[in-house]
Design a protein around this ligand. Structure first.
Ligand SMILES: Cc1ncc(COP(=O)(O)O)c(C=O)c1O
Length: 420
């Protein structure tokens, strides 16, 4: 008899009691086959053009070869394709070659790394020596937290933080508080008083699924009032939020009050890698004690593109302005269709559908009609919070947005997903 996978999710296959690795992988494959057979396989679609507001997809299974309007790139300002960013990457490779060849401690630390660190420190208005560069945003969180927080410490995390944070706090005491709930946070801070060496509150500046912002100012005040340390991951805020694109910290005027800032180069900076901004004593500790930094090869010379992207945030503010105009226009259009876009305040636009099956159907219909989005389901969000997730870019044109809105109108009628 065929297994019913209708309510299954990837989480169900992380561990299955009594199944060895091949049995578990076999069960997992059954789920993948179910997704493919029902044309719900919106993951790992094969693209044949670069990241951008339009993307070419290859023919795979039921996916038709062709050009799609894309809302899946977190390249908010379009810098993956910016001519000056590309030139900087090419110059970096021409001068230094393709790889760093070693970890930073044993021969893989080059002046293009130092230049980027100095730019990051200056960008966040900190003294030199306040930043470290990792090869992914994921490890900026996971590796930093793993090396800083031990058994005698406590991590107090907003329940909506990114998976990389959860990995980072696996070796310390952990308490989660309801998303953006100040009372819940304060209760934990009071309970934790005098019981732990380090109390670290960990939040995102902009949350990756709802696109809403942290109540950053109040959280900063509470954290410091109770003697805690505040870490903010602003992966989705930099380049998008704040008068000069310095993220949620700038918006809430707490740039100099956040103890540790983490972020990624894979979104606004149009590259790959991540960073941590903190007191130089912590940075120097991470350089030697953070295992994923010390025992792993350093970023490639292509990272020179990030140094250029940092310059462009200040030199070409029109990208951020254009992105904001797109956000306003697109949100208005979706709201006029009666769709539920939740509480987003950023370039991440969810259309909340709730029902898992309808959500998959919506993703499929959008794709069939030339609009490429991400249907998000459990465990990324709770079952009842299934949604279509979109990232807006400065380089989406009105034509792209209007076409997508037309398709949403059709999908909404067909699946009856409008909330009013
Ligand atoms: C909030 C947040 N933090 C960290 C990361 C990890 O960044 P990277 O893609 O550079 O590993 C992501 C990526 O999606 C994210 O959304």
């Amino acid at each position: 008899m065929k297994q019913d996978f209708t309510l299954s999710s990837f989480k169900d296959f992380e561990d299955i009691p009594g199944f060895d690795i091949y049995q578990r992988a076999g069960a997992h494959k059954g789920y993948l086959d179910y997704l493919r057979d029902n044309e719900f396989m919106n993951y790992r679609l094969l693209a044949t053009s670069g990241c951008g507001p339009e993307i070419e997809l290859a023919e795979t299974g039921y996916i038709k070869k062709g050009s799609y309007i894309s809302f899946v790139c977190n390249d908010y300002l379009g810098f993956t394709q910016h001519i000056r960013v590309k030139e900087a990457v090419i110059d970096g490779i021409e001068k230094y070659g393709c790889g760093a060849g070693a970890s930073p401690l044993i021969g893989g630390y080059f002046d293009y790394h130092k230049q980027l660190e100095d730019k990051l420190s200056a960008f966040f208005k900190r003294e030199k020596g306040s930043s470290i560069v990792y090869t992914t945003g994921y490890t900026s969180n996971s590796a930093t937290l793993l090396s800083l927080l031990k058994k005698e410490d406590i991590a107090i995390v907003d329940m909506a933080v990114h998976a990389s944070v959860y990995e980072g706090i696996s070796g310390t005491t952990t308490k989660r508080f309801l998303h953006n709930n100040l009372d819940a946070l304060e209760r934990i801070l009071i309970q934790a008083k005098d019981k732990f060496r380090t109390k670290m509150v960990i939040i995102d500046g902009v949350y990756s699924q709802d696109g809403d912002m942290a109540r950053l100012k109040e959280i900063q005040e509470l954290t410091h009032h109770y003697g805690g340390i505040l870490l903010v991951d602003d992966a989705h805020g930099i380049g998008v939020i704040g008068a000069s694109g310095r993220g949620a910290m700038e918006y809430f005027d707490v740039m100099d009050k956040v103890d540790i800032i983490t972020g990624t180069f894979s979104k606004t900076f149009g590259n790959v890698g991540g960073y941590v901004i903190a007191d130089p004593r912590l940075i120097s500790y991470l350089q030697f004690q953070s295992r994923q930094y010390a025992f792993s090869a350093a970023a490639t010379p292509a990272i020179a593109g990030v140094s250029k992207a940092i310059d462009l945030i200040d030199e070409e503010p029109h990208w951020q302005k254009q992105l904001q105009e797109n956000i306003i226009y697109y949100k208005k259009g979706l709201l006029e269709l009666g769709l539920d876009i939740g509480t987003t305040e950023s370039a991440i636009i969810p259309v909340k559908i709730g029902d898992v099956k309808k959500n998959s159907e919506a993703g499929k219909l959008l794709l069939e009609n030339g609009v490429y989005t991400n249907p998000i389901m459990y465990p990324a969000v709770s079952l009842k919070d299934s949604r279509i997730r979109m990232s807006l870019m400065a380089t989406h044109t009105r034509e792209h947005l209007d076409k997508a809105l037309n398709v949403f109108e059709y999908v909404s009628k067909k699946l009856d997903i409008a909330c009013r």
